[in-house]
Design a protein around this ligand. Sequence first.
Ligand SMILES: [Zn+2]
Length: 64
Amino acid sequence: MTKEIECLCMECGISNCLLEDDITLEDPSAVDSKIIDSLLVCEQCGGRLMLVGKAEDEPFYRLK
Ligand SMILES: [Zn+2]
């Protein structure tokens, strides 16, 4: 079962729903960094995305 993750565009501010399996953090070792790897960009403007959380109600997304 693949979960959807909500990611906010840092350029235009819309949220994009991405599949958890597709997401890579730019710097997984940085606890405070929620920047998504540049391979994944906003579908509206091509801006960088910031991880907000799972589309479900878990408080924090944690990289495996
Ligand atoms: Zn955007």
